[in-house]
Design a protein around this ligand. Sequence first.
Ligand SMILES: NC(=O)c1ccc[n+]([C@@H]2O[C@H](COP(=O)([O-])OP(=O)(O)OC[C@H]3O[C@@H](n4cnc5c(N)ncnc54)[C@H](OP(=O)(O)O)[C@@H]3O)[C@@H](O)[C@H]2O)c1
Length: 347
Amino acid sequence: MLGGSGVAVTKLGIGAWSWGDTTYWNDFEWDDRKLKDAKGAFEASLDSGITFFDTAEVYGAGVGIKIVLDYFLLYCSFSRSFQSNPDNLLMLMTFRFIKERKEKEGVEVAIATKFAALPWRFGRGSVISALKGSLSRLGVSSVESYQLHWPGIWGNEGYLDGLADAYEQGLVKSVGVSNYSEKRLRDAHERLKKRGVPLASNQVNYSLIYRNPEENGVKAACDELGITLIAYSPIAQGALTGKYTPANPPTGPRGRIYTSDFLSKLQPLINKIREIGGSYDKTPTQVVLNWLICQGNVVPIPGAKNAEQAREFAGALGWLLTEQEVEELRSMAREVKPVMGFPVEKL
Ligand SMILES: NC(=O)c1ccc[n+]([C@@H]2O[C@H](COP(=O)([O-])OP(=O)(O)OC[C@H]3O[C@@H](n4cnc5c(N)ncnc54)[C@H](OP(=O)(O)O)[C@@H]3O)[C@@H](O)[C@H]2O)c1
Protein backbone atom coordinates (compact mmCIF):
# COMPACT_ATOMS: atom_id res chain seq x y z
CA MET A 1 0.00 0.00 0.00
CA LEU A 2 1.11 3.55 -0.60
CA GLY A 3 1.02 4.79 3.00
CA GLY A 4 -2.45 4.70 4.49
CA SER A 5 -4.13 5.43 1.17
CA GLY A 6 -5.36 1.94 0.35
CA VAL A 7 -3.69 2.15 -3.08
CA ALA A 8 -1.79 -1.07 -3.71
CA VAL A 9 1.36 -0.99 -5.84
CA THR A 10 4.02 -3.56 -6.66
CA LYS A 11 7.00 -3.69 -4.27
CA LEU A 12 9.12 -2.10 -6.97
CA GLY A 13 8.05 0.42 -9.59
CA ILE A 14 9.60 1.61 -12.83
CA GLY A 15 10.78 5.19 -13.34
CA ALA A 16 9.95 6.63 -16.75
CA TRP A 17 12.13 9.75 -16.71
CA SER A 18 14.49 8.55 -19.44
CA TRP A 19 11.68 7.59 -21.84
CA GLY A 20 11.73 10.23 -24.52
CA ASP A 21 14.07 12.51 -22.57
CA THR A 22 16.72 14.49 -24.44
CA THR A 23 17.79 16.85 -21.67
CA TYR A 24 19.68 14.49 -19.34
CA TRP A 25 19.41 10.95 -20.67
CA ASN A 26 19.99 9.33 -24.05
CA ASP A 27 22.96 11.50 -25.03
CA PHE A 28 20.48 14.24 -25.99
CA GLU A 29 19.06 12.11 -28.81
CA TRP A 30 15.86 10.18 -29.24
CA ASP A 31 15.14 7.85 -32.13
CA ASP A 32 12.93 4.92 -33.12
CA ARG A 33 15.33 2.35 -31.71
CA LYS A 34 15.29 4.01 -28.28
CA LEU A 35 11.52 4.25 -28.46
CA LYS A 36 11.31 0.55 -29.28
CA ASP A 37 13.64 -0.24 -26.37
CA ALA A 38 11.57 1.87 -23.96
CA LYS A 39 8.40 0.12 -25.12
CA GLY A 40 10.21 -3.15 -24.54
CA ALA A 41 11.00 -2.02 -20.99
CA PHE A 42 7.35 -1.24 -20.39
CA GLU A 43 6.13 -4.56 -21.77
CA ALA A 44 8.81 -6.58 -19.95
CA SER A 45 7.85 -4.87 -16.68
CA LEU A 46 4.23 -5.91 -17.08
CA ASP A 47 5.29 -9.43 -18.12
CA SER A 48 7.42 -9.64 -14.95
CA GLY A 49 4.49 -8.54 -12.79
CA ILE A 50 5.67 -4.95 -12.19
CA THR A 51 2.74 -2.64 -12.77
CA PHE A 52 3.68 0.61 -10.99
CA PHE A 53 5.07 3.40 -13.20
CA ASP A 54 6.38 6.79 -12.15
CA THR A 55 6.31 9.72 -14.52
CA ALA A 56 6.03 13.52 -14.22
CA GLU A 57 4.68 16.53 -15.95
CA VAL A 58 8.24 17.70 -16.66
CA TYR A 59 9.61 14.45 -18.07
CA GLY A 60 9.97 14.30 -21.81
CA ALA A 61 11.71 15.67 -24.83
CA GLY A 62 12.72 19.26 -24.71
CA VAL A 63 10.88 20.19 -21.58
CA GLY A 64 14.02 21.53 -19.90
CA ILE A 65 14.34 24.02 -22.72
CA LYS A 66 10.63 24.80 -22.42
CA ILE A 67 11.00 25.59 -18.74
CA VAL A 68 13.88 27.99 -19.41
CA LEU A 69 11.86 29.58 -22.20
CA ASP A 70 8.87 29.96 -19.94
CA TYR A 71 11.00 31.60 -17.26
CA PHE A 72 12.04 34.06 -19.93
CA LEU A 73 8.44 34.65 -20.98
CA LEU A 74 7.42 35.07 -17.36
CA TYR A 75 9.90 37.84 -16.82
CA CYS A 76 9.11 39.46 -20.17
CA SER A 77 5.35 39.37 -20.16
CA PHE A 78 4.21 37.60 -16.99
CA SER A 79 2.97 34.90 -19.30
CA ARG A 80 1.70 31.77 -17.68
CA SER A 81 2.19 29.81 -20.83
CA PHE A 82 3.87 26.73 -19.38
CA GLN A 83 2.34 23.73 -21.02
CA SER A 84 4.42 20.67 -20.55
CA ASN A 85 4.18 18.08 -23.23
CA PRO A 86 5.11 14.99 -21.21
CA ASP A 87 3.85 12.71 -18.52
CA ASN A 88 5.88 10.82 -21.05
CA LEU A 89 4.42 7.47 -20.29
CA LEU A 90 1.65 8.47 -22.65
CA MET A 91 3.94 9.57 -25.43
CA LEU A 92 5.52 6.17 -25.56
CA MET A 93 3.22 3.63 -24.07
CA THR A 94 -0.07 4.70 -25.57
CA PHE A 95 -2.89 3.80 -23.38
CA ARG A 96 -4.38 1.78 -26.19
CA PHE A 97 -1.73 -0.78 -25.37
CA ILE A 98 -2.49 -0.67 -21.65
CA LYS A 99 -6.17 -1.00 -22.42
CA GLU A 100 -5.47 -3.99 -24.64
CA ARG A 101 -3.52 -5.71 -21.87
CA LYS A 102 -6.25 -4.83 -19.44
CA GLU A 103 -8.98 -6.27 -21.61
CA LYS A 104 -7.07 -9.42 -22.60
CA GLU A 105 -5.25 -10.20 -19.36
CA GLY A 106 -6.86 -8.04 -16.70
CA VAL A 107 -3.57 -6.15 -16.14
CA GLU A 108 -4.05 -3.11 -13.89
CA VAL A 109 -1.44 -0.40 -14.17
CA ALA A 110 -0.80 2.09 -11.34
CA ILE A 111 0.37 5.49 -12.57
CA ALA A 112 2.13 8.03 -10.38
CA THR A 113 2.69 11.46 -11.86
CA LYS A 114 3.87 14.76 -10.45
CA PHE A 115 2.97 18.44 -10.28
CA ALA A 116 5.78 20.83 -11.21
CA ALA A 117 5.85 23.53 -8.52
CA LEU A 118 7.07 26.20 -10.92
CA PRO A 119 7.52 29.66 -9.40
CA TRP A 120 4.67 31.22 -11.37
CA ARG A 121 2.18 28.60 -10.32
CA PHE A 122 0.39 29.91 -7.27
CA GLY A 123 -2.27 28.43 -5.11
CA ARG A 124 -4.52 25.44 -5.06
CA GLY A 125 -6.18 26.09 -8.43
CA SER A 126 -2.89 25.56 -10.23
CA VAL A 127 -2.68 22.00 -8.93
CA ILE A 128 -6.11 21.05 -10.25
CA SER A 129 -5.51 22.62 -13.64
CA ALA A 130 -2.07 20.98 -14.04
CA LEU A 131 -3.53 17.65 -12.98
CA LYS A 132 -6.36 17.91 -15.48
CA GLY A 133 -3.75 18.53 -18.20
CA SER A 134 -1.86 15.41 -17.11
CA LEU A 135 -5.00 13.28 -17.00
CA SER A 136 -6.01 14.40 -20.44
CA ARG A 137 -2.54 13.63 -21.89
CA LEU A 138 -2.54 10.30 -20.13
CA GLY A 139 -6.04 9.53 -21.35
CA VAL A 140 -7.34 8.52 -17.93
CA SER A 141 -9.92 9.94 -15.55
CA SER A 142 -7.73 9.55 -12.46
CA VAL A 143 -4.23 8.47 -11.42
CA GLU A 144 -3.19 6.26 -8.52
CA SER A 145 -0.76 8.85 -7.17
CA TYR A 146 -0.24 12.59 -7.64
CA GLN A 147 2.89 14.06 -6.09
CA LEU A 148 4.25 17.57 -5.60
CA HIS A 149 7.53 17.15 -7.48
CA TRP A 150 9.53 19.55 -5.29
CA PRO A 151 8.77 22.14 -2.60
CA GLY A 152 7.42 25.49 -3.79
CA ILE A 153 9.63 28.57 -3.47
CA TRP A 154 6.78 30.69 -2.09
CA GLY A 155 5.34 28.06 0.25
CA ASN A 156 3.37 24.85 -0.02
CA GLU A 157 0.05 25.47 1.70
CA GLY A 158 -1.83 26.25 -1.53
CA TYR A 159 -0.36 23.22 -3.29
CA LEU A 160 -1.32 20.93 -0.41
CA ASP A 161 -4.85 22.31 -0.44
CA GLY A 162 -4.89 21.65 -4.18
CA LEU A 163 -3.81 18.04 -3.60
CA ALA A 164 -6.62 17.59 -1.09
CA ASP A 165 -9.10 19.13 -3.57
CA ALA A 166 -7.94 16.67 -6.24
CA TYR A 167 -8.36 13.78 -3.81
CA GLU A 168 -11.84 14.89 -2.79
CA GLN A 169 -12.86 15.30 -6.42
CA GLY A 170 -11.77 11.73 -7.14
CA LEU A 171 -9.14 12.81 -9.67
CA VAL A 172 -6.39 11.02 -7.71
CA LYS A 173 -6.49 7.91 -5.58
CA SER A 174 -3.61 8.99 -3.35
CA VAL A 175 -1.42 12.04 -2.85
CA GLY A 176 2.28 12.39 -2.18
CA VAL A 177 5.20 14.78 -2.09
CA SER A 178 8.74 14.55 -3.41
CA ASN A 179 12.08 15.96 -2.27
CA TYR A 180 10.46 17.03 1.02
CA SER A 181 12.61 17.47 4.14
CA GLU A 182 11.47 16.05 7.47
CA LYS A 183 9.95 19.39 8.56
CA ARG A 184 8.12 19.91 5.28
CA LEU A 185 6.90 16.32 5.38
CA ARG A 186 5.48 16.72 8.88
CA ASP A 187 3.80 20.02 7.96
CA ALA A 188 2.30 18.48 4.81
CA HIS A 189 1.07 15.44 6.73
CA GLU A 190 -0.59 17.67 9.33
CA ARG A 191 -2.26 19.98 6.82
CA LEU A 192 -3.66 17.12 4.74
CA LYS A 193 -4.79 15.27 7.86
CA LYS A 194 -7.00 18.24 8.77
CA ARG A 195 -8.81 17.63 5.46
CA GLY A 196 -9.01 13.90 6.18
CA VAL A 197 -6.55 13.10 3.37
CA PRO A 198 -3.68 10.68 4.07
CA LEU A 199 -0.24 11.73 2.84
CA ALA A 200 0.74 8.49 1.11
CA SER A 201 4.35 8.94 -0.01
CA ASN A 202 7.51 11.02 -0.12
CA GLN A 203 9.67 10.36 -3.18
CA VAL A 204 13.33 11.06 -2.43
CA ASN A 205 16.81 10.21 -3.65
CA TYR A 206 17.81 7.06 -1.78
CA SER A 207 20.32 4.36 -2.61
CA LEU A 208 23.09 2.43 -0.93
CA ILE A 209 25.47 5.30 -1.72
CA TYR A 210 22.99 8.16 -1.14
CA ARG A 211 21.61 7.57 2.32
CA ASN A 212 20.56 11.14 3.15
CA PRO A 213 17.01 10.04 4.04
CA GLU A 214 18.52 7.91 6.84
CA GLU A 215 20.62 10.80 8.08
CA ASN A 216 18.24 13.77 7.77
CA GLY A 217 15.23 12.26 9.55
CA VAL A 218 13.12 11.71 6.42
CA LYS A 219 13.12 7.89 6.56
CA ALA A 220 12.34 7.85 10.29
CA ALA A 221 9.51 10.37 9.84
CA CYS A 222 8.05 8.33 6.96
CA ASP A 223 8.10 5.20 9.14
CA GLU A 224 6.57 7.04 12.11
CA LEU A 225 3.77 8.67 10.10
CA GLY A 226 2.97 5.67 7.90
CA ILE A 227 4.16 7.36 4.70
CA THR A 228 5.79 5.18 2.03
CA LEU A 229 9.26 6.27 1.01
CA ILE A 230 9.55 5.99 -2.77
CA ALA A 231 13.26 5.73 -3.59
CA TYR A 232 14.38 7.48 -6.75
CA SER A 233 17.76 6.95 -8.46
CA PRO A 234 17.96 3.70 -6.46
CA ILE A 235 20.81 2.28 -8.54
CA ALA A 236 22.64 5.64 -8.51
CA GLN A 237 21.79 6.21 -12.18
CA GLY A 238 23.61 3.06 -13.20
CA ALA A 239 26.74 3.58 -11.04
CA LEU A 240 25.72 0.78 -8.65
CA THR A 241 25.12 -1.77 -11.40
CA GLY A 242 28.85 -2.39 -11.76
CA LYS A 243 28.80 -1.76 -15.51
CA TYR A 244 30.53 1.62 -15.22
CA THR A 245 34.20 1.50 -14.30
CA PRO A 246 36.96 4.12 -13.98
CA ALA A 247 37.96 3.26 -17.55
CA ASN A 248 34.35 3.30 -18.75
CA PRO A 249 32.40 6.10 -17.01
CA PRO A 250 28.87 7.01 -18.17
CA THR A 251 28.50 9.47 -21.03
CA GLY A 252 26.49 12.71 -20.96
CA PRO A 253 25.71 14.72 -17.81
CA ARG A 254 26.06 11.61 -15.62
CA GLY A 255 29.75 11.49 -16.51
CA ARG A 256 30.23 14.75 -14.61
CA ILE A 257 28.72 13.22 -11.45
CA TYR A 258 29.99 9.64 -11.62
CA THR A 259 33.54 10.51 -12.67
CA SER A 260 36.42 8.07 -13.12
CA ASP A 261 37.75 9.23 -9.77
CA PHE A 262 34.42 8.57 -8.05
CA LEU A 263 34.07 5.19 -9.75
CA SER A 264 37.59 4.21 -8.57
CA LYS A 265 36.53 4.87 -4.97
CA LEU A 266 33.34 2.89 -5.57
CA GLN A 267 35.09 -0.29 -6.77
CA PRO A 268 35.66 -1.98 -3.36
CA LEU A 269 31.93 -1.61 -2.62
CA ILE A 270 30.99 -2.94 -6.06
CA ASN A 271 33.27 -5.94 -5.46
CA LYS A 272 31.53 -6.65 -2.15
CA ILE A 273 28.08 -6.28 -3.76
CA ARG A 274 29.18 -8.74 -6.45
CA GLU A 275 30.50 -11.18 -3.89
CA ILE A 276 27.27 -11.13 -1.87
CA GLY A 277 25.18 -11.36 -5.05
CA GLY A 278 27.16 -14.40 -6.12
CA SER A 279 25.91 -16.40 -3.17
CA TYR A 280 22.31 -15.74 -4.23
CA ASP A 281 22.97 -15.94 -7.97
CA LYS A 282 21.94 -12.28 -8.19
CA THR A 283 23.45 -9.34 -10.10
CA PRO A 284 24.75 -6.17 -8.38
CA THR A 285 21.63 -4.31 -9.58
CA GLN A 286 19.39 -6.86 -7.89
CA VAL A 287 21.46 -6.75 -4.68
CA VAL A 288 21.33 -2.95 -4.32
CA LEU A 289 17.58 -2.85 -5.01
CA ASN A 290 17.08 -5.63 -2.51
CA TRP A 291 19.15 -3.65 0.01
CA LEU A 292 16.59 -0.83 -0.26
CA ILE A 293 13.65 -3.20 0.06
CA CYS A 294 15.28 -4.62 3.21
CA GLN A 295 15.00 -1.17 4.85
CA GLY A 296 11.21 -1.66 5.02
CA ASN A 297 8.59 0.88 3.93
CA VAL A 298 10.65 1.63 0.79
CA VAL A 299 9.48 1.21 -2.82
CA PRO A 300 12.39 1.67 -5.25
CA ILE A 301 11.57 2.97 -8.74
CA PRO A 302 14.61 2.24 -10.91
CA GLY A 303 14.60 3.53 -14.47
CA ALA A 304 14.71 0.89 -17.23
CA LYS A 305 15.69 1.82 -20.77
CA ASN A 306 15.05 -1.62 -22.26
CA ALA A 307 13.43 -4.99 -21.64
CA GLU A 308 16.61 -6.58 -20.32
CA GLN A 309 17.05 -3.93 -17.61
CA ALA A 310 13.39 -4.19 -16.59
CA ARG A 311 13.60 -7.99 -16.35
CA GLU A 312 16.68 -7.68 -14.19
CA PHE A 313 14.78 -5.48 -11.71
CA ALA A 314 12.16 -8.16 -11.23
CA GLY A 315 14.93 -10.43 -9.92
CA ALA A 316 15.37 -8.05 -6.98
CA LEU A 317 12.08 -9.34 -5.58
CA GLY A 318 11.15 -12.56 -3.82
CA TRP A 319 14.23 -12.93 -1.61
CA LEU A 320 16.03 -10.89 1.09
CA LEU A 321 19.59 -10.16 2.11
CA THR A 322 20.42 -11.10 5.71
CA GLU A 323 20.58 -8.34 8.33
CA GLN A 324 24.31 -8.89 8.55
CA GLU A 325 24.74 -8.37 4.80
CA VAL A 326 22.58 -5.25 4.89
CA GLU A 327 24.79 -3.75 7.62
CA GLU A 328 28.01 -4.87 6.00
CA LEU A 329 27.03 -3.08 2.79
CA ARG A 330 25.93 0.05 4.67
CA SER A 331 29.18 0.16 6.57
CA MET A 332 31.28 -0.22 3.40
CA ALA A 333 29.14 2.38 1.61
CA ARG A 334 30.03 4.90 4.37
CA GLU A 335 33.53 4.95 2.90
CA VAL A 336 32.15 6.44 -0.34
CA LYS A 337 31.48 10.18 -0.23
CA PRO A 338 27.97 10.76 -1.63
CA VAL A 339 27.56 12.74 -4.83
CA MET A 340 25.56 15.97 -4.79
CA GLY A 341 21.80 15.42 -4.73
CA PHE A 342 19.00 17.41 -6.38
CA PRO A 343 19.38 20.89 -4.75
CA VAL A 344 15.59 21.20 -4.25
CA GLU A 345 15.93 18.75 -1.35
CA LYS A 346 17.42 21.65 0.60
CA LEU A 347 14.89 24.33 -0.39
N1 LIG B 1 11.27 13.07 -7.79
C1 LIG B 1 12.40 13.42 -8.33
O1 LIG B 1 12.86 14.56 -8.18
C2 LIG B 1 13.15 12.42 -9.16
C3 LIG B 1 14.49 12.62 -9.50
C4 LIG B 1 15.14 11.63 -10.23
C5 LIG B 1 14.47 10.49 -10.62
N2 LIG B 1 13.15 10.33 -10.28
C6 LIG B 1 12.39 9.11 -10.64
O2 LIG B 1 13.16 7.96 -10.30
C7 LIG B 1 13.34 7.13 -11.45
C8 LIG B 1 14.67 6.39 -11.37
O3 LIG B 1 15.76 7.26 -11.12
P1 LIG B 1 16.89 7.56 -12.20
O4 LIG B 1 16.37 7.25 -13.55
O5 LIG B 1 17.42 8.93 -11.89
O6 LIG B 1 18.09 6.57 -11.82
P2 LIG B 1 18.28 5.00 -11.59
O7 LIG B 1 17.00 4.31 -11.59
O8 LIG B 1 19.15 4.87 -10.40
O9 LIG B 1 19.15 4.60 -12.88
C9 LIG B 1 18.54 4.35 -14.11
C10 LIG B 1 19.59 4.12 -15.18
O10 LIG B 1 20.48 3.05 -14.83
C11 LIG B 1 20.82 2.29 -16.00
N3 LIG B 1 20.32 0.93 -15.77
C12 LIG B 1 19.06 0.56 -15.47
N4 LIG B 1 18.97 -0.76 -15.28
C13 LIG B 1 20.18 -1.26 -15.46
C14 LIG B 1 20.70 -2.57 -15.39
N5 LIG B 1 19.92 -3.60 -15.09
N6 LIG B 1 22.01 -2.73 -15.64
C15 LIG B 1 22.79 -1.70 -15.94
N7 LIG B 1 22.36 -0.42 -16.02
C16 LIG B 1 21.06 -0.20 -15.77
C17 LIG B 1 20.07 2.92 -17.17
O11 LIG B 1 20.91 3.88 -17.83
P3 LIG B 1 22.08 3.42 -18.84
O12 LIG B 1 21.67 2.13 -19.46
O13 LIG B 1 22.22 4.56 -19.77
O14 LIG B 1 23.29 3.29 -17.94
C18 LIG B 1 18.93 3.66 -16.48
O15 LIG B 1 18.46 4.76 -17.21
C19 LIG B 1 13.21 8.12 -12.63
O16 LIG B 1 12.91 7.46 -13.83
C20 LIG B 1 12.09 9.00 -12.13
O17 LIG B 1 10.84 8.38 -12.34
C21 LIG B 1 12.50 11.27 -9.54
